[in-house]
Design a protein around this ligand. Structure first.
Ligand code: NAD
Length: 378
């Protein structure tokens, strides 16, 4: 198979972890006889420094002409004071939008060797293997109206033309709109159903239907689709209960489907079940070109020190093989290589719990090298 990939290393530890993911990617190519061509492009702070904008047109074009995109991370304190349109983060929102990906897949799975790294008791996290399917292009992050308004708007009459939108420093209220259409809900729930069919066939749809109209519509549409899929077991849960259940009994979940805002929060909570944010891959799919990225950010506190855990980026490559190229054996080989490196006791700093015998601390690139060895020897 010939694959053309665009790599967006980004900022902070992004270039470090994508370099290791690329090594693993090429090792899989070599091992299974795939020709993998890669090209790099600028995004985020790196693009701001080079070209003055966080998402150059050239980057969008390069991504659009590839089979998949692998992104490292974006952002950092150097650009924090930039106006919103010139923040690195707007590059990330922009590329997701440009590629049309409306679903964010975030698995959280416990590697046996890391049971002790979670803050939860080993018996609570035993067997956790869940997938959060987060709606990515709708909801409160994009809903209109949004903005700041002056005093007259406190009565909730934001649409009155007398209450013009103003800057934060002059504002008395800030407002956002949570909005979902039937079409947006249907397509994300349908995707969750397809994904559940390749797993344990259980879906928990999470909302706040006891309070929010948008959630009532979400639940109504999800329930209607559930009725057409007797092979998939559906449950419904309020988001506050789900947040609690994720730490009380996380192994009960298979697929969780939810909105942009709830998915953002719940997936970070689920992240901590695994012990480190450095272990969590993700995929943005559903559009023209899928984008794969570790869940973590640019970790400015450890950037440039060869300390980052590259496994989230490497596992993002495994997701790429699984979900986009439908090459399950390649995905499993990568995952097995990660499992065996962890089982042999190698850990980056973020995974070290104090004084465990038989554990060896490794740097970011040593971890990458060990995964490559694992791939080539399997
Ligand atoms: P972060 O994920 O960058 O870091 C949080 C903590 O986790 C830090 O202590 C960091 O050292 C640690 N960490 C993260 N990834 C790690 C890894 N692979 N290995 C070892 N340790 C790791 O989140 P933050 O500090 O809130 O944000 C830093 C910057 O990243 C901000 O500018 C933020 O906007 C940006 N950000 C980007 C993305 C993205 O690119 N998708 C996501 C979240 C945050």
């Amino acid at each position: 198979m010939k694959l053309t990939l665009t790599i967006l290393p980004g900022d902070g530890i992004g270039p470090e972890v994508t370099a290791e993911a690329l090594k693993a990617l090429q090792a899989i190519g070599q091992r299974f006889g795939h020709l993998i061509e890669t090209q790099s492009a600028l995004i985020g702070g790196a693009a701001l420094d080079a070209l003055g904008i966080p998402l150059p047109d050239e980057t969008i074009k390069t991504c659009e002409n590839s089979d998949a995109v692998l992104l490292g991370a974006i952002g950092g304190p150097r650009w924090d004071r930039n106006p919103p349109a010139l923040k690195p983060e707007s590059g990330l929102l922009g590329i997701r939008k440009a590629l049309g990906n409306y679903a964010n897949l975030r698995p959280a799975r416990i590697f046996t060797a890391l049971k002790g790294a979670s803050t939860l008791k080993p018996e609570v996290i035993e067997g956790v293997d869940l997938l959060i399917v987060r709606e990515l292009t709708g909801g409160i992050y994009f809903g209109k109206p949004r903005g700041f308004a002056g005093g007259g708007a406190t009565d909730g009459n934001l649409h009155d033309s007398a209450h013009k939108v103003i800057e934060v420093k002059d504002a008395v209220v800030g407002f956002n709109t949570e909005i979902y259409s039937v079409g947006e809900i249907e397509r994300i729930v349908r995707m969750a159903i397809e994904l559940a069919r390749s797993r344990r066939r259980r879906i928990c749809s999470v909302d706040k239907a006891n309070v929010l109209e948008s959630s009532q519509l979400w639940r109504h549409v999800a329930a209607r689709l559930a009725a057409t899929c007797p092979d998939v077991q559906f449950t419904f849960m309020y988001v506050d209960n789900c947040a609690m259940q994720l730490v009380a009994n996380p192994a009960q979940f298979d697929v969780i489907v939810t909105s942009n805002l709830f998915g953002d929060i719940l997936s970070d909570e689920a992240a901590m079940l695994t012990g480190s944010i450095g272990m969590l891959p993700s995929a943005c799919v559903g559009g023209r070109v899928p984008l794969f990225e570790p869940v973590h950010g640019s970790a400015p506190d450890i950037a440039g020190q060869n300390l980052a855990n590259p496994l989230a980026a490497i596992l993002s490559v495994a997701m790429m093989f699984q979900y986009t190229f439908h090459l399950s054996e390649e995905a499993r080989t990568l995952e097995r290589a990660v499992e065996s490196v962890l089982a042999e006791g190698f850990r980056t700093r973020d995974l070290l719990s104090s004084s465990v015998p038989g554990i060896t601390r490794v740097s970011c690139n040593e971890m990458g090298d060990r995964v490559v060895n694992g791939i080539m020897q399997s």
